[in-house]
Design a protein around this ligand. Structure first.
Ligand code: DGP
Length: 118
């Protein structure tokens, strides 16, 4: 997808702070970090979200990258949270499947936060 910002990052056409990459995935720091460590892991190929026919090997590659990213970012021991905002109700804002790795400080137990409670 030529106009997809994450495709452009994966292709090296838009700069990003690359943390880790394999032939299947790229990990880079989020532009608007929500925690001291906030890294995104994306497949190089374009899939809108998890419902977009993502092959098993791509799903596996995304998860396999998680401990590598955690190690590189120094949060493997302290822990981290994984988030996938998948689709409209989850407020997915970039329509290229991505996994957030968040860490570097203690988080609350709460996982969700509904729009009508804000
Ligand atoms: P989501 O809401 O799950 O779709 O999160 C998209 C994330 O992508 C959001 O945390 C900000 C980040 N982001 C958007 N555009 C860029 C970009 O051009 N570069 C980087 N590094 N991150 C981006």
């Amino acid at each position: 997808m030529s106009e997809c910002i994450f495709c452009m990052i994966a292709a090296g056409q838009v700069p990003a702070k690359i943390v880790y990459e394999t032939p299947a995935v790229v990990a880079f720091d989020d532009l608007s970090p929500q925690a001291p460590v906030h890294t995104l892991i994306i497949p190089r190929s374009h899939y809108t979200d998890l419902g977009d026919g993502v092959p098993d090997q791509v799903r596996a590659a995304l998860l396999a990258a998680v401990p590598e990213v955690a190690r590189i970012k120094g949060v493997a021991e302290s822990g981290y949270r994984l988030i996938i905002n998948n689709g409209a109700d989850a407020m997915q804002s970039v329509q290229h499947l991505h996994l957030h790795v968040l860490g570097g400080r203690a988080m609350s137990h709460g996982m969700v936060h509904f729009a009508d409670e804000e």
